[in-house]
Design a protein around this ligand. Structure first.
Ligand code: HEC
Ligand code: HEC
Ligand code: HEC
Ligand code: HEC
Ligand code: HEC
Length: 365
């Protein structure tokens, strides 16, 4: 009710300030989830988008069909709808967050959908809701926050970014002991932006890191960002993926009536790869990363630091003490590359070196 009163006051004030215009329309009903007063653009014609018959511009029906096969629609983590989570896990919370409002509890949430990434009614188009560079918080003491700036990919990184981790990874804490008190000691799950730019992993002081894969600075990826690869449309022939992979499914691998397929059109555009690329596991990168993840995971499990089945840190009596603290970097790197989910494709050099250096560190006598 309080919000309602505020909104009414705001509308009355607006009507007052814009004196010579017509009377203000009635205030909208106050949704229990808080208002997102975006409204409709002036002169909007519904059938531009709402009739497959007339919509030869946006193909909304086709996009809706693609989105319905995406993890955005199907992931199922939409029950994360409280104030701390809804800003990324629900359309309603994300709109509040990008509008600079306080993200509230979402009682009737919907997953990240058309109105999260676009604002079609208010803008009467499908421009991206937010595309400004994203500050990604550092969870490593001594490493500054990073600014992610990959054009259209900046939309993705609004959500696919870290959440604060406590304590931060610290190679030099008092007494050289790092005390971990949460089993979820990691930067949440959306670490893809950091991996792409080559940031967020722990670099061991006595290991030489050589940099990043060509994806990090590729001109097209710098402008188009994540959609370069994830949103390329499948085209038949040869890909059977139309509507099932690429586009708004965001999936690169897909299932075509039981036969696995992958949308590689994004990879093979000019300025990127040639026809020599025939699989997602190009140059065996995914196989190599998987192998290194297995080795590192086994080392960590044998030390009793990680529970592999749940992918969490193993606590005893509510804590895990790592001494010397620098070795905790291996836990960070394992969960970081595991949560990236691309098995090295985003940045193969970076991913492999983080894993190999962690393995070397744990094998030191
Ligand atoms: C620029 C494109 C665009 C225009 C123009 C447009 N809409 Fe929409 N609208 C969408 C999209 C996209 C959705 C969400 C996907 C869907 O439900 O088709 C949507 C959803 C809706 C929904 C909710 C449907 C549901 O099942 O969730 C309603 C109601 C609606 N629009 C009404 C209108 C009306 C009325 C107009 C004209 C005054 C209009 N729209 C004009 C793009 C548009
Ligand atoms: C509004 C926040 C938000 C935005 C913006 C967003 N995502 Fe997501 N994304 C999510 C969430 C939340 C999930 C997990 C959904 C679940 O598990 O229920 C997800 C899941 C995914 C997945 C599937 C992950 C898996 O585990 O298989 C892919 C791929 C993906 N997003 C790519 C993208 C790309 C590419 C963009 C930009 C074009 C993007 N996302 C923009 C929130 C967002
Ligand atoms: C900054 C944005 C953001 C916030 C805030 C956020 N999440 Fe997420 N979360 C994501 C994204 C993005 C993914 C999907 C990453 C992927 O699958 O690659 C995700 C995935 C998840 C998953 C699925 C993990 C899996 O293995 O499939 C769970 C569970 C989850 N989040 C819980 C939460 C909870 C609980 C909160 C609130 C305490 C929360 N999230 C807050 C962005 C966020
Ligand atoms: C997770 C974010 C995300 C979601 C959800 C999303 N879109 Fe998009 N959409 C994008 C991005 C990014 C692009 C630009 C893709 C590109 O340029 O390759 C785009 C492009 C489009 C375009 C082409 C725009 C143009 O001007 O040609 C249309 C139409 C569109 N989306 C409609 C939809 C509809 C309808 C939905 C809901 C079913 C939807 N989008 C949901 C991110 C999203
Ligand atoms: C160079 C191409 C490329 C770029 C750029 C890219 N990705 Fe990926 N991404 C991939 C490939 C390939 C996979 C692995 C797909 C597989 O093996 O199924 C992947 C996997 C993922 C996954 C795991 C879910 C899935 O579909 O397998 C998520 C989530 C994801 N990427 C999000 C992002 C986000 C967010 C960005 C931008 C910050 C991004 N990606 C940029 C190529 C790319």
């Amino acid at each position: 009710m309080k919000t309602f009163a505020l909104v009414v006051t705001a509308l009355v004030t607006l009507a007052f300030l814009s004196g010579c215009e017509g009377p203000a329309g009635p205030a909208g009903a106050d949704g229990e989830d808080g208002l997102n007063l975006e409204g409709f653009a002036v002169g909007i014609q519904c059938a531009t988008c709402h009739s497959a018959d007339t919509d030869t511009l946006y193909y909304v029906a086709g996009r809706v069909y693609q989105w319905e096969s995406s993890k955005h629609a199907l992931g199922g983590d939409i029950e994360r709808n409280g104030p701390d989570c809804a800003g990324c896990h629900t359309t309603e919370g994300f709109v509040q967050a990008t509008d600079g409002k306080t993200v509230g509890q979402q009682t009737h949430p919907s997953p990240p959908g058309c109105f999260a990434c676009h604002s079609p009614h208010a803008r009467n188009n499908f421009s991206l809701r937010k595309q400004t560079p994203v500050t990604i918080g550092s969870n490593i003491v001594g490493v500054p926050d990073a600014v992610f700036d990959y054009g259209k990919g900046n939309l993705c990184a609004q959500c696919h970014k870290t959440r604060p981790m406590s304590p931060k990874m610290d190679a030099n804490p008092p007494g050289d002991s790092l005390v971990i008190t949460t089993s979820r000691w990691y930067s949440h799950y959306g670490v893809q932006g950091q991996v792409l730019m080559g940031d967020g992993g722990f670099k061991f002081p006595d290991f030489t890191y050589t940099g990043n894969s060509p994806h990090t600075n590729n001109t097209i990826i710098k402008q188009e960002g994540c959609p370069t690869c994830h949103m390329a449309e499948g085209v038949y022939p040869p890909s059977m993926g139309t509507g099932k992979g690429g586009g708004h499914t965001m999936n690169i691998r897909f299932d075509f009536n039981g036969t696995p397929g992958s949308v590689l059109n994004g990879c093979k555009q000019s300025g990127c790869h040639t026809s020599a690329l025939t699989s997602v596991d190009y140059h065996g990168v995914q196989t190599a990363v998987e192998h290194n993840l297995d080795t590192l995971g086994t080392l960590l499990a044998n030390k009793g630091w990680i529970d592999l089945a749940s992918g969490t840190v193993k606590l005893t009596g509510g804590r895990l003490v790592i001494r010397p603290a620098v070795k905790a970097g291996a836990i960070c790197n394992f969960l970081f590359i595991e949560h990236d989910l691309s098995l090295g494709v985003h940045n193969s050099t970076y991913a492999l070196e983080l894993l190999r250096s962690s393995i070397a560190e744990l094998r030191k006598p």
